[in-house]
Design a protein around this ligand. Sequence first.
Ligand code: 5RP
Length: 227
Amino acid sequence: MDQSALKELAARAAVDAIKDRYDKEIALGIGTGSTAECFIKMLPEIKDRIEVTVASSERSAALLAELDIPVSDLNASGPLDVYVDGADEINGALEMIKGGGAALTREKIIAGASEHFICIADQSKRVSELGAFPLPVEVIPIARSHVARLLADLGGTPVWREGVITDNGNVVLDVHGLRLNEPGPVEALINQMVGVVTNGIFAHRPADDAFLAGSAGVQRMTREIRS
Ligand code: 5RP
């Protein structure tokens, strides 16, 4: 099965989970990327359960509008019931690296405003330790070189994603070679750097469920809630 068929399978599992979980109209957060787009294209079939959507990128918002799905913004929508998005890497604790599509800041905001977070991906995104995928960091443009030096001091090799401007008007540094066996503290440390808007580690707001599609089917992983 090719990767696009696996993405479709993962997206289908999320649609089914939403049908099972909610019998009311929901406020739905929508992610960005090729797997999220598979999910968006399936939304017309559950349109009657959607009160409103909030998208994590202009591209996803445009696709939703094309399909005649109601799109709002987070200030108007209030808290969201569920957020569905892909990932660049996901570990066993459902912590992720995201931002390959440069939408990490809006993704993190919408994930934080959602009661439930479903990650959809093909099995190639499952890792035992995060960090092989270069960590995206969204940076205010004038701080680019300054933040790059701070990230190098942390032991990473930042590479400017030239030509890419985020929906928020900022730039992205992709940091290679960071050790992320404890992603939470690194997420907090990088977010403390002046000039950083946010970074693509999702450890403080991991997914609650993940549907990971492989040739043997879809594996569901559910996060253990620690008290
Ligand atoms: C965009 C993201 C995406 O979720 C991530 O890059 C995965 O994309 P895809 O589904 O195309 O593999 O974080 O900023």
